[in-house]
Design a protein around this ligand. Structure first.
Ligand SMILES: [Zn+2]
Ligand SMILES: [Zn+2]
Length: 377
């Protein structure tokens, strides 16, 4: 049994600022040893993502109490029975959908849709159903997306981890687990952008700016970036955007069409808003594709003129976790990063200690940070 410090969420919907309401409580938590097919990982770095914030504010409910965090990197320190793919000393990045490898979607090469993986994530357990976390009163805590990275250690299914180069700094490695896998994957996997095709990215958080990086690496042109924060637009331009549009200034879809001579081949929506999604759809050209990556609240609906799907051959596609095959994609994206083609370090704006995590979520909610990473040690 490992005893460790961890950030636990016991109630959703606490009022902001979180600096005062402190929804994440730093507790002493006990972690059972890894079971069959599981590994114990010493967490080195864990990123703060909007999907964590959506659990904190209650817009994406999860079973409580829960140890949050799903974008992290660390070192394997113990392996359970039968673990074949990882060994003690391996550096890993987590994938926030575990993949069983055997269900229908896994067999079809679409592991982000893994059925046992989705069931485990919905119930707040590890793949296979285990709950390895106990609080000081010996009550079980739920796992967040099979990871629970806001803690000194994690027990995860080996199918939630991808081995990475040992010399990659953990604060950078962590970003590949959510922001980069999701944002770059939306461009190269879900959209399938080719050189010279036009792309517009709506929303410039960690995922959206990763989509800008992915589109630049794929030689998209023109490459349009849209947000309401001037600093984020300026960063997008440095990362390769050819046009930057302030979403507060007038008709955004018209501005995108004007910048691209009639609309984009691919609009990538990362804001998690059905209104932004409608604007993204309107910004595509005839025959264009809208890819949606953001997670709106469950009661939100999106409508389009139905005839436009047929008469203009438009497409709307959802993209979960960048339609990734994590064991394939994370090493590829890391190789691109090492070659200077995916400068993901530009997304890292803050590093924090674990007990500063509530202040970090205030910064994220106010749009004052891109990626913030909790560092352990
Ligand atoms: Zn995330
Ligand atoms: Zn599966």
């Amino acid at each position: 049994m490992t005893t460790m410090r961890a950030a636990v969420l016991r109630e959703m919907g606490a009022p902001a600022p979180y600096e005062q309401s402190r929804p994440l409580v730093i507790e002493s938590v006990r972690l059972q040893p890894p079971g069959p097919g599981e590994v114990l990982v010493r967490i080195q770095a864990a990123g703060l993502c909007h999907s964590d914030l959506s659990v904190i504010d209650g817009s994406r409910p999860r079973p409580l109490p829960m140890l949050l965090g799903h974008e992290a990197a660390g070192e394997v320190v113990e392996t359970g029975a039968g673990v074949a793919s990882l060994a003690v000393g391996d550096r890993v990045v987590f994938s926030f959908v575990p993949m069983c490898g055997h269900c229908g979607p896994c067999a079809c090469g679409r592991p982000v849709l893994c059925e046992p993986g989705a069931a485990a994530n919905a119930s707040g357990s590890l793949l296979g159903g285990a709950l390895r976390l106990r609080d000081a009163g010996d009550a079980p805590l739920h796992h967040h997306l099979g990871v629970s990275g806001f803690a000194e250690y994690a027990v995860v299914s080996e199918r939630s981890a991808v081995r990475v180069d040992a010399d990659l700094p953990p604060r950078i490695a962590a970003l590949f687990g959510c922001a980069v896998m999701t944002g770059v994957g939306a461009v190269v996997n879900t959209a399938g952008v080719l050189p010279g095709q036009s792309v517009a990215v709506f929303g410039l958080g960690g995922v959206g700016l990763s989509s800008v990086l992915g589109a630049a690496a794929a030689s998209a042109w023109p490459l349009v970036a849209i947000d309401v924060v001037p600093e984020k637009l300026a960063l997008a331009r440095e990362l390769g955007a050819s046009h930057c549009i302030d979403a507060r200034a007038g008709d955004v879809a018209a501005a995108v069409r004007e910048a691209t001579g009639g609309g984009v081949d691919y609009a990538i929506e990362t804001a998690g808003s059905e209104r932004v999604l409608a604007t993204a759809y309107a910004a595509t050209k005839r025959g264009g594709t809208t890819v949606t990556v953001g997670l709106p609240a469950p009661d939100r609906a999106f409508s389009v003129p139905a005839v436009s799907l047929v008469a203009e051959e438009r497409t709307v596609k959802g993209s979960y976790m960048g339609s990734a095959v994590p064991q394939r994609d994370i090493p590829r994206y890391i190789a691109l990063h090492r070659a200077g083609r995916l400068p993901v370090e530009r997304l890292l704006t803050h590093t924090l200690a674990l007990d500063q995590i509530n202040e970090g979520f205030d910064r994220l909610a106010r749009g004052e940070a891109i990626r913030q990473v909790v560092l352990f040690d």
